[in-house]
Design a protein around this ligand. Structure first.
Ligand code: 13P
Length: 255
């Protein structure tokens, strides 16, 4: 049975005190979770030891990070390695986010190096993909996302795919208030699963959780999560308010 996951991506938001309060509020009202219904909270690097300590002993809620460096260690001033994240209590690392691709020039070759570091250090990857608006307008989004998946994931083994969650985040829906319709999301998620099935086989593809991201909120989460191939969400803005994030977790826990 593949896992349903709601993952928060705080991006570059919240002071340490604000982050602490938010996690406490979430913990106080968590809906029922289990080993197949998980929550991940991906805070900024400076928050991680605090977030991990707060989540220590909270069943089925995991600590995430939003990036890591592609090398194991060394003279890379200002960077953070995968082994450091692991030592701080991180379980999941978001990689390939469109903001990293766009603002930091991250391409597939670099992402493969980063994913290698994350998996070599015993953590799981949340691999993001998704098309910009002009590609969606041209109707070539399936080929675009397929290329992102092929370039980044096809070098891995079927066993390694157990450590990779995919997040489909159409760029035109991120932070814009525009959400993919449940039909658009389902179509792309089914396409992603078929691309993975073509490479790794149907059984492996069936086990990969594919999350939707892009203006997901309590009011649309239930409809999105009801889609056959939508296994939860990667949440930006709505993860910064406990009531909204809890509403999305509830939608996942009831899906
Ligand atoms: P929003 O939920 O703010 O649209 O952000 C989505 C996202 O980029 C999560 O990684």
């Amino acid at each position: 049975m593949r896992k349903k996951i709601v993952a928060a991506n705080w991006k570059m938001n919240l002071s340490l005190a604000e982050g602490k309060t938010l996690v406490e509020e979430i913990k106080a009202q968590l809906p029922a979770l289990n080993e197949n219904k998980l929550v991940v909270i991906s805070s900024p690097f400076v928050h991680i030891t605090q977030t991990a300590a707060q989540l220590n002993g909270v069943a089925h809620v995991y600590t995430g990070a939003q990036n890591c460096h592609q090398e194991a260690s060394g003279a890379y001033t200002g960077e953070v390695s995968a082994s450091m994240l692991n030592s701080a209590g991180v379980n999941y690392v978001i990689l390939g986010h469109s903001e990293r691709r766009e603002y930091f020039g991250e391409n597939s070759a670099l992402l493969v190096k980063k994913m290698n570091q994350v998996m070599a250090n015993g953590m799981k990857v949340i691999f993001c993909c998704g098309e910009p608006l002009e590609i969606r307008k041209a109707g070539t989004q399936n080929a675009y996302v397929q290329t992102q998946i092929e370039e980044a994931l096809f070098g891995y083994t079927a066993e390694q795919m157990a450590d990779i969650t995919v997040a489909y985040e159409p760029i035109w829906a991120i932070g814009t208030g525009l959400t993919a319709t449940s039909e658009e999301a389902q179509d792309m998620h089914a396409h992603i699963r078929s691309v993975l099935a073509g490479k790794f086989g149907a059984a492996v593809a069936d086990n990969v959780s594919i999350l939707y991201g892009g203006s997901c909120k309590p009011s649309n989460a239930a409809e999105l999560f009801a889609c056959k191939d939508v296994d939860g969400g990667l949440i930006g803005g709505a993860a910064l308010k406990s009531t909204e994030f809890l509403g999305i977790i509830k939608a996942m826990s009831e899906a």
